[in-house]
Design a protein around this ligand. Structure first.
Ligand code: MLT
Length: 397
């Protein structure tokens, strides 16, 4: 028996587990301190009333013989029509036409950003921005893939563009970006679509934060770019859109037009899902189906505006301190420069110990993240204000 030795190449802990471990150790050593977490992007507002009502109704359905549901429908890899239709209508409002068979319901974008690799050879080279959401890197290390990086730096506005001299088979893009908050325009994304086409590569496009986009020039979906259906798979989530971090629901779009080596990737993914997955629960799917209704969208907009206001509180605080940052607009993340030339983990410790505020060290998202620090707008307004007051007191001189 041999273990998968690729796991030995990973850091001991996943980034957010390491932040959680350090926070818990600090709390245990200082029981009287009120620690504020603006680290992992976990939501704090309850689910929208329309979602709750739909879930209650679904629970009642499960209680009656006539409406009880077992496994979801086979034909759509267990996605119910009500949810699939609502997703198609949400795409149509963004100017994107999709068919029901192109949308696969999941338990969130994180799972599928790793699961999707099942349909690709381990010999492929993967292009990952640096810094980026650490799961993309870790899942490819686990699979033993060759990884190359696209540097996201202050100079390119944290939005790397394709380099023709780099050969890639699989390309991860996250926009609006986690962790930097930077977001691609449709024109910039077109360059990535063209590059992928030339390379015969596939883009894995993470759109988990698209509901934070307000600027019309920015993409909400890669399929708003001409030709993208032939090169891109889109990963979407209800976590940040509708506060589903604890409920778990997402969807992955694999267009019919996406064919490699004469094989439909949609068919491969359907084959993989029907073997390894038994679907997202009926109650969850019914709750999610209420999100993109008129009432649901109005309610989730209110929640997203609440987080946008938190982002403004944080950026105003940083403006007052003269600390540079990106994000906070079209994104729930604020990517700040560590003050006084501190490294990311030095600043993490300094802020935790002196202000009892927890953020996420930029270096945890990649080498280019060194010297940066990520704050999230997903906290409560009260905690966000308090964290900013403490940061101001600590850093004002
Ligand atoms: C983050 O903080 O980067 C995200 O919340 C993590 C995730 O979505 O898995």
């Amino acid at each position: 028996m041999k273990i998968n030795e690729n796991f030995l190449k990973l850091k001991e802990n996943y980034l957010f587990a390491e932040v959680g471990r350090k926070t818990a150790a600090y709390r245990a050593a200082h029981p009287g301190k009120e620690v504020i977490r603006l680290s992992i992007g976990d939501v704090t507002l309850p689910l929208a009333p329309a979602v709750i009502a739909a879930m209650h109704k679904a629970v009642d359905d499960m209680a009656k013989k006539e409406t009880f549901k077992g496994y979801g429908p086979d034909a759509t890899c267990y996605g119910y029509d009500a949810l699939l239709d609502s997703i198609l209508s949400s795409y149509a409002r963004k100017g994107v036409q999709l068919g029901k068979g192109e949308v696969f319901i999941s338990d969130g974008a994180k799972s599928d950003c790793g699961n999707i690799l099942d349909i690709f050879s381990a010999e492929n080279t993967v292009l990952i921005p640096d810094p980026v959401y650490p799961a993309y890197f870790d899942v490819n290390v686990m699979a033993g893939r060759n990884i190359v990086f696209a540097a996201a730096t202050e100079e390119n506005g944290f939005l790397p563009m394709p380099d023709e001299s780099v050969k890639a088979d699989i390309i991860y893009i996250c926009s609006p970006n986690n962790p930097t908050g930077a977001a691609y325009t449709k024109t910039q994304l077109k360059a990535w679509v063209d590059y992928a086409k030339e390379q015969n590569a596939v883009i894995l496009y993470d759109a988990a934060y698209e509901y934070f986009v307000t600027d019309e020039s920015l993409a909400r979906s890669i399929y708003q770019v001409e030709g993208a259906k032939e090169v891109a798979i889109e990963l979407c989530s209800y976590s940040k859109t509708a506060g589903f971090t604890g409920v778990r629901c997402g969807y992955t779009v694999v267009p019919e037009a996406l064919v490699r080596g004469g094989v439909s990737l949609n068919r491969l993914w359907a084959r993989r899902q029907s073997t390894k997955f038994n679907g997202t629960s009926y109650i969850t799917q019914m709750g999610a189906a209420a999100v993109f209704t008129e009432e649901g969208e109005r309610q989730i907009d209110e929640n997203i505006n609440y987080y946008r206001n938190n982002a403004k509180i944080i950026t105003s605080c940083l403006d007052g301190l003269g600390v540079s940052y990106t994000g906070g607009k079209n994104s729930p993340y604020i990517w700040m420069t560590c003050p006084h030339g501190m490294t990311s983990w030095e600043f993490f410790d300094y802020l935790l110990e002196n202000a009892n505020v927890v953020g996420t060290p930029g270096s945890g998202f990649g080498n280019n993240g060194e010297g940066f620090f990520r704050l999230t707008a997903f906290g409560t307004e009260e905690n966000t204000r308090e964290a900013c007051a403490r940061m101001t007191a600590l850093l004002k001189n």
